[in-house]
Write a protein that binds this ligand. Sequence first.
Ligand SMILES: Cc1cc2nc3c(=O)[nH]c(=O)nc-3n(C[C@H](O)[C@H](O)[C@H](O)COP(=O)(O)OP(=O)(O)OC[C@H]3O[C@@H](n4cnc5c(N)ncnc54)[C@H](O)[C@@H]3O)c2cc1C
Length: 413
Amino acid sequence: MADVSDVIVVGGGVVGCAIIWELTSRGYECLLLEKNENLVSEASSGNSGMLHTGFDSSANSLEFQCIKHSFPRMFDLLKGFGLPYEKFWATMVAWTQEQVSKLPIIAEKSRAAGISSASEISLSELYRREPGLSRHAQGALWIPEETVVDPWLTAISLVHDARRKGAVVKTDTVVQNTCKADHNQYVHVMTSRGQFTGRVVINCGGLYGDIVDKLAGLQHFSIVPKKGQYAVYPKTVKHLINSSILPIPTDKGKGEIIFKTVYGNVIIGPTFEEAISKRRPESDSNTIQRLIRYGESCVKGLGGCPIVNTYTGVRPATEIKDYYIDSYPESGWITVGGIRSTGLSGSLGIADKVRKLVLCQHNLEPSRAKGIELNKMAIKFLPPGHAMIDDVIYTVTHPITLCGMDTPMESHL
Ligand SMILES: Cc1cc2nc3c(=O)[nH]c(=O)nc-3n(C[C@H](O)[C@H](O)[C@H](O)COP(=O)(O)OP(=O)(O)OC[C@H]3O[C@@H](n4cnc5c(N)ncnc54)[C@H](O)[C@@H]3O)c2cc1C
């Protein structure tokens, strides 16, 4: 059959971008369909831009396995493409004695997982490393390796490289229905821009992953969106912290972090709130004021410094905390859902897992030669809202990148 892709990826967030990159690099003929005008414009454009080590994840979760696999590969990729990153590391600060009692448990969990050597440090060591912190800390944990990246550039570079290697990307294309055809060899995908045919379809629909799954007659999870809000400070206060300042994590997640972006803005957030809609909400001033008060109580120097921006993001959470990745060979379908809080960090591990499912469960061999080399990209920011990578112009959709693009890319490398 003419014009059949090996794989059709639905959704151009960081997960879909990583999967199309991985599969195209391994020699699969890939097509990515994205409903919005721009790639990386939903959950993936409202995150904190951190590569987490997984120090607080359950060692037997799929999320942890994907982060662990992704982490070293991500540095190869950042270096290979020439993308900015900073190993600022992280400091978890206990502000009460009750919180202090949790530090050894968190350190032990991280050691047991074998991914990072988080260790307790004395208060004098804490203030030597973080002199800008308020003096009422009671204890601290030092977490090496936690890293910040440009979250938009990281995701876009993956899809850009996939395109350099032959992948086809169609934006403004809403996937509306699917059906199996030709003795179940192919899946037809009906969209707002016509029909496409592939051997395997991969649902990376993020906040709409449950709805996309229903198009294949599947219903294994529902998206329960969780909102996050942020307050952004100017780069002039970047000297106030040296690492990302984490609170003690709770069941809901990592909590509100005081961190520096790869471009030097200081940010407080994200909150973890119920969201009434999957659409990105406006930030609300009460919450932003609370974040500002929290920041000032931890880092005194932030007092009186006006914020320069706020932004929000919505997490594609489900009823369970872990990722939902499963394969349905009889339907020619793979679901990658519920990638709620760590999708940037785990993206390359997720992509590798999907590659194995395509090969081993769908018995699909690549139809082209591999292209696994990582070539530098020529990146130029075009303020106020675009970037040129090689000779392609993209619309920048992430506030971290938008706040950072007033200085040339070379100065960030
Ligand atoms: C507040 C917040 C903070 C976070 N911080 C971090 C962090 O610091 N580090 C980290 O690793 N992770 C972080 N995350 C998590 C990370 O951002 C997510 O895990 C990740 O963005 C999920 O990516 P995705 O590709 O699954 O979803 P999305 O980015 O939502 O992409 C899904 C895409 O599918 C498209 N789509 C849906 N339905 C259709 C259809 N019918 N047809 C065509 N296209 C369709 C959508 O338009 C969308 O572009 C954070 C998330 C939030 C919200």
